[in-house]
Design a protein. Structure first.
Length: 261
């Protein structure tokens, strides 16, 4: 009987050890997978993504210890040019498919870009709306100075489409190279209004008001994202894209006012 009990005990110990080995292996596998994403991830992103991607970058770093996300925020057209000229980028997030196509046509995308959000224009005015702007037509009134993005920039292309749809002929006092620059003109009091993305007006709500206008519904921009071919941190690039497309990533973008694709 003692011999039998001893044999049973040994068998039980082996079984427990075996289970522990499997758990340990699983844990090592998870740790190993997480540890596989390290180093710096260079993300080139549209200026309108500044606030949300800065937060997503910090969240990504927390989820992947040992990583650092560095951003280059600018107009999508400028970013596409930089990437095609060999700038060290791992990920590209554009504010319009046109600029993404510039990169994919040059063979610099690793895979097919995924549309992750959409964005819509509003009229940004100083707090209190001193000029009483209610729609696009009000921007043509004498004495109302307006800033637009340049047409090659996604926010500028969207503004042109909205203005063409409305039939409003508008002469801006300045054309800016990204949406943040156009918004800054309003915040600094240099213009009375600017056509910017809804998300940018929301992020600057302490200084500006966003006036919705119906014509913007016909000029909504899709935002695609892709890991880049030849990325110095290919694993980090794919992991960051996956994080942006994940539920936590979507939650941050939705909270900022972006629309689901």
């Amino acid at each position: 009987m003692r011999t039998l009990l001893t044999a049973v005990a040994v068998s039980a110990l082996v079984a427990v050890t075996g289970c522990g080995g499997n758990d340990t292996t699983g844990a090592q596998t998870d740790t190993s997978a997480s540890a596989g994403v390290t180093g710096t991830v260079n993300v080139f992103a549209a200026a309108s993504l500044t606030e949300t991607f800065t937060k997503l970058g910090k969240d990504f770093e927390a989820a992947h210890p040992g990583t650092t996300v560095k951003f280059n925020f600018a107009g999508s057209s400028a970013l596409a040019t930089q990437i095609n000229q060999g700038a060290p980028a791992d990920v590209f997030a554009s504010a319009a498919p046109t600029n993404m196509k510039t990169v994919t046509d040059a063979g610099n995308a690793d895979g097919t870009p995924a549309t992750f959000v959409r964005n819509q224009l509003v009229i940004a005015v100083p707090e209190g709306n001193p000029k009483g702007v209610k729609g696009l037509a009000d921007l043509t009134r004498p004495g109302v100075q307006v800033a637009l993005c340049a047409e090659q920039v996604p926010c500028g292309a969207a503004a042109k489409k909205a203005l063409d749809t409305s039939g409003v002929k508008l002469t801006p006092v300045t054309l800016e190279q990204d949406v943040k620059a156009a918004l800054s003109k309003v915040k600094l009091g240099e213009v009375d209004a600017a056509l910017v993305y809804r998300t940018d007006a929301k992020a600057a709500a302490a200084d500006v008001e966003g006036i919705e206008f119906p014509e913007s519904a016909g000029a909504v921009n899709d935002y695609p994202i892709v890991a880049l071919k030849g990325a110095r941190n290919a694993a980090g690039a794919k992991a960051f894209v996956a994080y942006v497309l994940s539920d936590p990533g979507k939650a941050v973008l939705t909270e900022a006012g972006f629309q689901a694709p």
